[in-house]
Design a protein around this ligand. Structure first.
Ligand code: PLP
Length: 393
């Protein structure tokens, strides 16, 4: 079954007013998600916030069920979070490291993750092993395996980076992690909602994701997956009265499941909206969604390559919906100003957001055009026509 693009666009209030190629920034929210959020906000205003939560508790709980279904998790393995970074941090800062302990990172590492690693280099004396890419531009898994020593405490990998179409071989990394018995934390921020993700196929212990990007959920939402059998490898760096129970005057007990990584107060309407967004994707079919995204992105790459002076910078054996490029002469910043004026949404991709990859490949500031399944071939034509006009006339 292929996707009914017309119906999907009808469901997407923003699709008529903007040409949105910034889905790696925020996806355009579909109507049902928008209603789920606004309905709950209205309920809070009418009957009170706690009372509204109580009344909507089934919907709230369904967010967990929907995420479990989407990524193959079991009940108790999902913690809702305010974004992907905080979800990732819960694991990274929750690991006890001693001086000389080693953490594996990949070339696609996101700035926030690498900054956190550098902080722990400074404060805890850990060592980062940054694994080079293979000839296709993806993590060199054989090299990764060779670099594991008795001191390696964690493998951090990025499924899909912020700055290219690359889809890293997350599953092959998982096989190595399991064989070597090293905890595996996967940054799936750009992949969940874009690429079909199943934690059992991948074999990761922990996975972080966000709501607003390819899942098309509300801003300020995200989640963490924690494999039940791996939960004792980390201790949440923060505990509150939701994550733990104050059992006696001088004692507390952490919650037994992944909810120990959550905190009490949160964006209830957003979390309900996130669940609705996940259900929306489940209804369409994650495989179909990715097939469409990859097809559109490939069409966009080919069309861009045909424009004089344009360099497309994507790497990887498998490529997804993120397309990054620059022009020989015209600065990305100047291109973006002209696109903005035509209500075409893209994002600038700065070297400092993924410095390992950017420095290794000498990347400039790039235009990041990230497509979703609701984009169209006509939009690609219009976009490329505009780019040619802006750069070459
Ligand atoms: C956006 C992004 C993040 C951070 O997600 P937030 O929800 O903004 O915290 C992490 N990793 C990658 C690869 C990203 O693109």
């Amino acid at each position: 079954m292929s996707l009914d693009i017309l119906a999907i666009r009808k469901d997407t209030p923003g699709a008529e007013s903007v040409l949105h190629f910034n889905n790696a920034g925020t996806g355009l929210t579909p109507g049902p998600v928008l209603s789920a959020v606004t309905d709950h906000l209205r309920l809070e205003a009418m009957i009170g916030g706690y009372e509204a939560h109580h009344k909507a508790d089934l919907l709230y709980q369904d967010t967990y069920s929907a995420i479990e279904e989407l990524i193959g998790a079991k009940p108790g393995e999902i913690a809702l979070a305010e974004n992907a970074t905080r979800a990732w941090d819960q694991v990274f800062y929750g690991m006890k490291f001693s001086p000389g302990d080693r953490v594996i990172a990949d070339q696609a590492s996101y700035a926030s993750s690498y900054i956190a690693m550098l902080q722990r280099v400074k404060n805890d004396g850990i060592v980062i092993d940054a694994i080079p890419n293979d000839e296709f531009g993806q993590v060199d898994v054989a090299l990764l395996e060779k670099s594991i020593t008795g001191k390696t405490r964690l493998i951090c990998a990025t499924h899909v980076p912020t700055n290219s179409g690359l889809v890293n071989p997350a599953r092959e990394i998982g096989i190595v992690a399991q064989k070597q018995g090293v905890p595996y934390l996967l940054d799936a921020c750009q992949s969940v909602g874009q690429v079909p993700v199943n934690v059992n196929d991948i074999g990761c212990d922990f996975l972080s994701a966000t709501g607003r990007k390819y899942l098309r959920g509300p801003r300020g939402t995200g989640f963490l997956y924690v494999r039940t059998s791996s939960i004792d490898w980390v201790e949440p760096p923060f505990l509150d009265l939701h994550a733990a129970v104050w059992t006696k005057m001088n004692e507390y007990e952490m919650r037994p499941d992944a909810s120990r990584f959550e905190n009490w107060e949160g964006y209830v309407a957003g979390k309900i909206g996130l669940g609705r967004a996940v259900r929306y994707l489940l209804d369409l079919g994650p495989e179909q969604a990715f097939a469409r995204i990859a097809t559109l992105a490939n069409a966009l790459r080919s069309a861009l390559r045909a424009i004089p002076g344009i360099d497309v910078h994507d790497i990887g054996r498998v490529k997804g919906g993120i397309v990054t490029f620059s022009h020989h002469k015209k600065q990305a910043q100047d291109i973006k100003i002209e696109l903005d004026a035509q209500r075409i949404n893209v994002q600038l991709s700065f070297p400092e957001w993924s410095r390992l990859d950017a420095e290794t490949r000498g990347l400039p500031v790039m235009i990041r055009a990230s497509v979703h399944y609701y984009n169209t071939e006509q939009e690609i034509d219009r976009f490329c026509h505009c780019i040619d006009q802006i750069c070459n006339s």
